[in-house]
Design a protein. Structure first.
Length: 213
């Protein structure tokens, strides 16, 4: 796989979108709200309060339904993220966090959330990948593939596949054997293989994926 990646006739540089996604700063006016969504490309998110305050609402579908597939989960999330006739998210359990100056929060991939800005605010943050959460990253990417409108996520980050390829290459040089969990490694490899050759994904890989899910 790494030979395929390195031998491509492409510039060996970090894509600008990949670079800027690692760190950004948000300047928001009071009353600004982002509707329920999960962050792009199966990335984790970190945020730091520099000034002001935001209400961060972490949203989870009620536990009375447990989907048995990614497609079922996607459909359940789509239904739960809709506001009912009374103007509330009746199918969601919602936990709210008030982030102020000096606070830091890490958010795993795929967490459905909404953010409300209370006062003039400046927040910094960024996106990241982790070997330990690759199973969540793959689930998010799979649900995005099923969602043609992309209505439950923010903007797509060009170059995310290159980052994941470099993560595979880095395993050889940076980590001790067995430091990465089996399912995390399988998920990472499946993401890359399916993005490179989606029509050539073998039945064996599909069976492995089914066992993982």
């Amino acid at each position: 796989m790494h030979l395929w990646f390195l031998e491509q006739a492409l510039p060996k540089v970090i894509h600008s979108g990949t670079w800027t996604s690692q760190g950004w700063r948000l300047v928001s006016h009071p009353g600004y709200i982002t509707l329920p969504h999960h962050d792009c490309c199966g990335m984790g998110t970190y945020v730091i309060g520099n000034a002001g305050a935001k209400i961060w609402a972490v949203m989870r579908p009620k536990c009375d339904i447990c989907p048995s597939s990614l497609k079922g989960l996607k459909n359940h999330l789509a239904i739960a993220a809709e506001i009912d006739k009374e103007g509330v998210f009746s199918e969601m359990d919602i936990a709210t966090i008030c982030l102020e100056e000096g606070d830091m929060m890490f958010q795993p991939p795929g967490v459905l959330h909404s953010v409300y800005t209370l006062v003039p605010s400046i927040f910094s943050g960024g996106y990241f990948y982790s070997y330990d959460t690759m199973h969540l990253t793959r689930a998010v990417l799979s649900m995005r593939t099923m969602d043609q409108q992309g209505s439950r996520t923010n903007d797509h980050r060009t170059g995310f596949l290159w980052t994941l390829c470099w993560m595979v290459i880095a395993l050889r040089y940076r980590l001790e054997p067995r430091e990465v969990g089996k399912w995390s490694l399988i998920s990472l490899l499946l993401i890359i293989l399916e993005c490179m050759n989606p029509e050539k994904t073998t039945s064996k890989l599909k069976n492995t994926l089914a066992d993982e899910e």
